[in-house]
Design a protein around this ligand. Structure first.
Ligand SMILES: [Zn+2]
Length: 320
């Protein structure tokens, strides 16, 4: 069998970006399975959600946004620490960068390694990689909830921690007035899950329960199309949960039986492939996903730091 190209290194075709106006002053940019971003207008300022991988990539998004509003960015909210979501931050000229307190700690602990790992895994997203001035440091952090008053009659934007999931510091952004939820990578709509830094069992249970409790009428996930209507929102949440549950069941069975990581990968791949195999980044993610879940089931509480070298080792072990 031909060797499979490492992660997303061979995925070089530009995706079409689409800016959608979800409500007055509420914007989402989706990109055919590439990471989504969003923005919400306050009375005289903007809140941006996610920063993209590089300042050059972010500038394209900001130019599209400026066709709708010229308000300055007061808050840049980071849903979690992953490099392709945060390293474009300098382009926003935000007054304040906001994230969960665990996200700030993760940037300090593993931000540098994650940068090298992710840019090698997804070179297309790392547009003009040398335009990144350094790590992105949140200035304001919180543990449970932070509410931003949007001013006028625009209502609030509520930033909420729902428990550990895709990482140990994911937050969602909720607009009660419009019932719109920006869920970050806690929910994917018809895109494969990356769980290499995840807490699978908590994510699949209480964390997704809390995400579902918002009762959103529209949901912008980490990747994939905007889910519109309660049925579509719940379907995206339950697809995410199903992906995790299949992984937990299949990896768990091999782990309990004293099998190997390679066997767990093959069995999980076979179980997920019929439903999820065609979704963006499925082949890219699965070796890293199974490796982390194997560790989690082995009692390794916190995800081992991914480095460019470790990425290659796991890839060569599982995807060859
Ligand atoms: Zn992520």
């Amino acid at each position: 069998m031909a060797r499979r190209a490492f992660a997303s290194s061979a995925d070089l075709d530009e995706k079409e970006q689409k800016l959608e106006v979800l409500a007055d002053g509420v914007y989402a940019l989706t990109a055919d399975g590439d990471p989504n971003v969003g923005a919400v207008e306050g009375e005289d300022f903007l809140v941006c959600f996610e920063a993209m991988a590089t300042p050059v990539a972010a500038r394209d998004w900001l130019a599209m946004l400026q066709e709708h509003t010229d308000k300055p960015v007061r808050y840049l909210v980071l849903s979690h620490y992953h490099a392709v979501r945060v390293l474009g931050a300098s382009a926003f000229d935000a007054e304040v960068i906001v994230a969960h307190e665990n996200t700030r700690a993760l940037v300090a602990e593993r931000g540098r390694e994650d940068w090298e790992s992710e840019f090698a895994r997804m070179p297309r997203l790392a547009k003009a990689a040398d335009s990144v001035p350094g790590l992105t440091w949140p200035a304001v952090t919180f543990s449970d909830r932070l509410t931003i008053d949007l001013g006028g009659d625009r209502g609030d934007l509520v930033l909420q921690y729902c428990g550990r999931g895709h990482t140990e510091g994911d937050v969602v952004a909720w607009l009660p007035k419009h019932r719109i939820l920006f869920a970050g990578d806690l929910v994917e709509a018809e895109a494969a899950l990356y769980t290499g830094d995840a807490y699978h069992r908590e994510w699949a249970s209480t964390t997704l329960d809390r995400v579902k409790e918002f009762g959103a009428e529209a949901l912008v996930g980490g990747r994939g199309a905007v889910s519109r209507g309660r049925e579509a929102v719940d379907a995206a949440i339950e697809q995410t949960r199903d992906f995790l549950r299949v992984m937990i069941r299949e990896v768990g069975a091999v782990h309990d039986a004293g099998g190997t990581l390679k066997e767990a990968f093959e069995r999980t791949h076979a179980a997920l492939n019929p439903r999820y195999g065609r979704w963006p980044i499925f082949e890219h993610c699965l070796p890293f996903d199974v490796s982390r879940l194997w560790d989690e089931l082995s009692g390794i509480e916190r995800p081992v730091i991914w480095t460019a070298e470790r990425d290659r080792e796991i890839w060569d072990l599982l995807q060859d």
